[in-house]
Design a protein around this ligand. Structure first.
Ligand code: TXA
Ligand code: MG
Length: 363
């Protein structure tokens, strides 16, 4: 069943519907109970899950993703009751966050209990825990009877998958089964907040913004790419989970950040200069920047539109699809538009664009 000694697994694909929901979930849960791996949709991105308390099953996730050992996985839970088993010394503020945002796109880092194996937590004394807002993983966890270790279902370092096709492109032959539940609602991975430190530290921005967290628990600090420099310097070195590359397509990405049409103007300049060097250029654009470039008589050979600058929610949903689609075109460079409005998902979107890029301009 598993990829042992480089041997391929036969990956089963279940297309889940109202009619076959019970049967599919029962088969998938059986695979998990036997120590296998199953990829499935969540409201954020697709995840690859295995019994998070079984070191041998968790090892298969690392193998499937070619994930560097030591990079911690998070656990998906079905109910607050599951928590007592896997975490301890849970601070009052963490319960407030669960009350406010679970089920939903918030991973809460807590002190782990001894039942969580070292391979799952990357040998850290803490563990990220999330209750997803999607009936497929909730039912899978319930039927499997164990919290699922469930990172995003992509090859390590590649953009996260927002469809079952993305999962199959990366993990066919490496995962036992994929549950195809269609597209995802959010498209970017969850917000990660470390509640083992005071004040709490946001390690990854997601759909739940810092402002929303602060309404519930008071001051939190930002410790991620794009957060103010001081916070990063103090924390990044120490954060085991954050030291690995993320969200990178194979083609190099050049990001232009700033306001409105000054971004579009800079993108136009870069486009002309790359093209006059004979490079094949792809564009990842807001509709407004696309219209600006057309009005200047400029167009790239390949473009992917993320929607309006004013609608980071739509852009977030399309981002990983756009990066993957352009990555398949054999381009020399992708020029990315960073003119989307910040705040909430806009902040998360810009963070992922920065993570994906190897060169950045601010205008
Ligand atoms: O939305 C999501 O969170 C998706 C879906 C599938 O649930 N999962 C996901 O998993 O993005 P993954 O493993 O790709 O990202 C989990 C993040 C990583 O940045 C990891 O380093 C961090 O959480 N993390 C997990 N446990 C941690 C810990 N104990 N301390 C610090 N960071 C931790
Ligand atoms: Mg990931």
């Amino acid at each position: 069943m598993q990829a042992e000694n480089g041997k391929e697994i036969k990956t089963r694909v279940f297309r889940v519907s109202e009619e076959n929901f019970d049967a599919v979930l029962e088969e998938a849960a059986e695979i998990i109970r036997r120590g296998g791996t199953v990829a499935f949709p969540t409201e954020t991105v697709y995840g690859i899950g295995a019994d998070g308390l079984d070191p041998e099953a968790v090892r298969k996730i690392f193998e499937a993703k070619a994930r560097p050992p030591g990079n911690p996985l998070s656990l998906l839970v079905h109910s607050r009751e599951d928590l007592g088993k896997i975490a301890r010394n849970i601070p009052e503020k963490a319960f407030k966050l669960m009350e406010a945002f679970w089920p939903g796109p918030l991973t809460i880092v807590l002190e782990k209990s001894d039942v969580v194996p070292a391979i799952t937590s990357g040998s850290l004394p803490s563990i990220g825990v999330r209750m997803p807002d999607h009936r497929v993983p909730l039912e899978l966890i319930r039927r499997a009877g164990a919290p699922l270790a469930a990172p995003s279902a992509n090859l390590s370092g590649r953009p996260s998958p927002s469809s079952a096709d993305h999962v199959l492109a990366d993990l066919e032959g490496r995962v036992d089964a994929v549950i195809d539940g269609g597209g995802v609602a959010i498209g970017l991975e969850s917000t990660v907040v470390d509640m083992t430190v005071e004040p709490p530290l946001v390690l990854r921005p997601g759909a739940i913004g810092i402002e929303e967290l602060e309404i519930v628990i008071g001051p939190v600090r930002a410790g991620y790419q794009g957060a103010e420099a001081g916070a990063r310097e103090n924390t990044l070195e120490k954060r085991a989970g954050q030291k690995y590359a993320h969200y990178t397509p194979c083609t190099s990405v050049v990001l232009v950040e700033g306001e409105g049409d000054s971004v579009a103007e800079k993108l136009g300049e870069l486009l002309e200069s790359y093209m006059s060097d004979g490079q094949k250029v792809g564009l990842l654009l807001s509709e407004e920047s696309a219209a600006f470039l057309v009005s200047e008589g400029l167009s790239g050979e390949e473009r992917f539109l993320l929607g309006s600058r004013e609608d980071p929610i739509e852009a977030a949903r399309k981002l990983f699809e756009g990066l993957r689609a352009l990555d398949l075109k054999g381009l020399d460079v992708i020029l990315a538009d960073g003119s989307f409005s910040a705040g909430g998902l806009g902040t998360a979107l810009l963070n992922r664009l920065r993570e994906a890029s190897s060169l950045r301009f601010a205008v």
